[in-house]
Design a protein. Structure first.
Length: 250
């Protein structure tokens, strides 16, 4: 029996958001469209709850990612009161096992995303970055070796920014990271009180650090968030509120 595949991109339950948000699908320039056809062949007319009462419960579950072989599901679970946590469930004997915390678990970890080779994981955390005193939402990375997952570390370079406030507006949160096939990353953030959330890309440099992030051309005056990439790197999928000031036009 093959693992049940999730078809909802940004949550584990049927999304009421569908009526108010736009899901953008971008064919990445330079890719052969025929090689990506399989990712858009199947139309799911009725969203179904994924792994009910095991992964999907009465709590909040979101931000799911699968190992390349489809046998491990990592996701965020958040109680009604309390910080989020990353859990893992394994597909064994024809069903998903009871989820357990990942070995590197800490308070307020969320939004895991596994690399295409399954050897690295990006996630968002409010852990204290050594030497900075910063506890805003930052992107961390952890590698997997022969003995399992190691110890996480914050991304090196210019991606993670300290928290700052301008009136009621807060910056310094880097969210929803995705690792591309070349090692660069995508994430979304709010960097300007007069502008909505945008998706950024940061290139991986030869010294292992990440360069200054640059906004993608798909960004608008609305909001672009929750970016995802097809496993072969051919399709970019994202959530957008293209005109948050005009109800019915999102």
């Amino acid at each position: 029996m093959r693992p049940q595949r999730i078809r909802t991109l940004f949550g584990l339950r049927s999304l009421g958001l569908i009526t108010v948000v736009f899901l953008g699908v971008i064919l990445v320039q330079g890719c052969d469209a025929s090689s990506n056809a399989a990712w858009l062949e199947e139309t799911v007319r009725t969203p179904r709850v994924f792994a009910p009462n095991v992964i999907s419960t009465s709590l909040r579950e979101y931000g799911i990612t699968f190992s390349p072989d489809g046998q491990e599901a990592y996701f965020t679970r958040r109680p009604r009161r309390g910080p989020p946590q990353i859990l893992v469930s394994r597909f064994e004997g024809g069903s998903w096992d009871e989820p357990i915390p990942v070995p590197f678990s800490s308070e307020h970890d969320e939004a895991p995303r596994i690399s295409a080779d399954g050897q690295e994981m990006l996630f968002v955390s409010r852990r204290l970055i050594p030497g900075s005193g910063d506890r805003s939402d930052n992107i961390w990375i952890v590698s997997r070796g022969e003995d399992g997952w190691g110890s996480p570390s914050p991304l090196r370079g210019l991606v993670n920014q300290p928290r700052s406030e301008t009136g009621d507006f807060v910056t310094g949160s880097e969210l929803g990271p995705v690792m591309l096939l070349d090692g660069s990353i995508l994430f979304w953030s709010r960097s300007d009180p007069d502008w909505g959330a945008d998706i950024y890309r940061s290139e991986l440099l030869a010294d292992g650090t990440y360069e200054q992030p640059v906004p993608l051309r798909i960004n608008s005056t609305g909001e672009e968030t929750n970016v995802a990439m097809s496993p072969d790197g051919g399709f970019l999928i994202f959530q957008a509120y293209r005109d948050a000031s005009a109800p019915g036009n999102q």
